[in-house]
Design a protein around this ligand. Sequence first.
Ligand SMILES: NC(=O)c1ccc[n+]([C@@H]2O[C@H](COP(=O)([O-])OP(=O)(O)OC[C@H]3O[C@@H](n4cnc5c(N)ncnc54)[C@H](O)[C@@H]3O)[C@@H](O)[C@H]2O)c1
Length: 249
Amino acid sequence: MRFQDQVAIITGGAQGIGLGIARRLASEGARVVLFDQNGDELGVAVKELSGEEIEAHPVTVNVTDAEGITAAVGEVAEKFGRIDVLVTAAGVVGKTNIKTHEVELENFDWVMSVNVRGMFLCIKAVLPAMLKAKYGRIVNIASVSGKEGNAGMLAYSTSKAAVIGLTKVVGKEYAETGITCNAVAPAVVRTKMVAALPADQVKYMTDKIPMKRTGEIEEIAALVAYIASPEASFTTAFTFDATGGRSTY
Ligand SMILES: NC(=O)c1ccc[n+]([C@@H]2O[C@H](COP(=O)([O-])OP(=O)(O)OC[C@H]3O[C@@H](n4cnc5c(N)ncnc54)[C@H](O)[C@@H]3O)[C@@H](O)[C@H]2O)c1
């Protein structure tokens, strides 16, 4: 019960990796607040969790909406009186299996906006509460594509490299405050995001994994739970690997 009495916001919490993380943190005592733009999926997630005796609090919000995020985080702080953990899992992959000269500006801007601007806005919004409490755990979901650069995925890989850079800065800036900021860089995990990709692109990514299998949501959630816990107190600004051996740094 590492999160007893704690409050955790998980963006992209309606499905996939975000939902798996919410489930795991809640199983260890956290009160979980799910931020997601997909209200329908949020409803399904909350019902599913409630069947497992987990009370999740849904907030329908677009992470790229500065005012919406400020208001949503303010409401969480007011309702619960604390924000201990922020996990930023909301993300989009955009068009893939295309070369750089084929990337449309609009698609590039959208991916960067959700994956980078959205993450920055959420982090900025929770920091005042964490600074006041002299405690906080921020865990950003990056990707191995941000370290390695996946051909065919310019916008996504660029955005995830930015996530790793952002994590280093935030980690260092608040290193003396009791707040840590780390990232996790997973390889392929079979979620709806991956199901929507061209088969060639998924094969390209999966073939590079030495364990010769994709990751499981529960494996990512277990790693995030450690990083988000009070136990992970001497690591910040770091990007943890979850790639079955693909990246070894
Ligand atoms: N699945 C993988 O193989 C994999 C690998 C590495 C990293 N990741 C990262 O993990 C995170 C979760 O991915 P997933 O596979 O669970 O994807 P997913 O598509 O299953 O879930 C993503 C969630 O984010 C939400 N979202 C998207 N845009 C949003 C916005 N603007 N505002 C609010 N919510 C928004 C979606 O509604 C969805 O519920 C993403 O950041 C993704 O880039 C995934």
